[in-house]
Design a protein around this ligand. Structure first.
Ligand SMILES: [Zn+2]
Length: 268
């Protein structure tokens, strides 16, 4: 497959799934055209793991900081305080993520999830950082939460692994400077995402793997990694009836506008 220039905006490369062969995964990513890879942790411990991995690949890998709605832990308020402290002074973080709402498995902490999400949105606004938003079975709640910041110019980020309806896409895109994160799901045979995306301009999309999860066809079932992003690019080119280069240029420009800190470091 041809090499394109792209950013994988969402890859959990700090996970144990990549502990044995990360150098090779990174080499394949570069060969496939990855210029940048963003690492979204899910709690404070994985935040430090992400920082450590990114320090091995400066100019290519960039960490975020955040508490995932499924990883609230025992004392989320303490973690939020620690997060705020970590953001004081110089830090390597390009975004707050992944954060959001997940009412798929467990709805018992819904109110707490919403509270922690608001705290992290406000942290993002205070520190001028974009959000990497996770949402599952909670689009109405998410839209309601973000609506509190309507008109806030600094509100920006990615709705990661977007799989909502056209109405939900349009509501989210009107709420602030958001892009829809698109990955392997768009290549799945039964996905309704292509229909929705035809109504969304492709300069409102960003590319992502969610590695090691959500591997695109034809590798479904295998571990996902950034070098598979070209399969997503080709699928998007087919959906929009444009060249793959048109997709990479538009998504790269959108990613740069949303995550400017990742463009301030010179590639190594
Ligand atoms: Zn993720």
């Amino acid at each position: 497959m041809e090499a394109y220039s792209f950013t994988d905006t969402h890859a959990h490369l700090y996970g144990e799934e990549f502990a044995d062969d990360l150098d090779e995964v990174i080499a394949r990513a570069r060969a496939a055209g990855a210029t940048r890879i963003f690492l979204p942790p899910t709690d404070l411990r994985s935040t430090e793991s992400a920082v450590k991995v990114c320090s091995r690949y400066p100019g290519l890998c960039f960490p975020m900081i955040g508490i995932h709605p499924e990883d609230l832990g025992e004392h989320p308020e303490d973690d939020l305080r620690a997060m705020e402290e970590r953001l004081q002074g110089p830090h390597p973080f390009i975004a707050i993520g992944e954060v959001g709402l997940d009412l798929y498995w467990d709805t018992s902490r819904k109110e707490e999830q919403i509270r922690v999400f608001h705290a992290q949105i406000q942290m993002a606004l205070r520190h001028g950082l974009p959000l990497m938003v996770h949402v599952r079975n909670a689009y109405p709640e998410l839209i309601e939460a973000l609506s509190d910041y309507r008109g806030e110019q600094r509100l920006r980020g990615v709705i990661h692994c977007f799989t909502g309806t056209l109405d939900e896409a349009q509501a989210l895109l009107h709420l602030g400077h958001f892009a829809l994160g698109i990955g392997g799901v768009v290549t799945f045979k039964k996905s309704t995402l292509p229909q929705v995306l035809r109504e969304v301009p492709f300069n409102r999309l960003t590319l992502e793997t969610d590695a090691p999860y959500l591997t695109p066809a034809p590798f479904r079932g295998k571990r996902n990694e950034p070098s598979y992003i070209p399969y997503v690019i080709e699928k998007l080119a087919e959906i929009y009836q444009v060249t793959p280069a048109a997709i990479t240029e538009a998504t790269e420009a959108t990613t740069c506008a949303l995550f400017p800190l990742a463009w301030e470091t010179e590639p190594s």
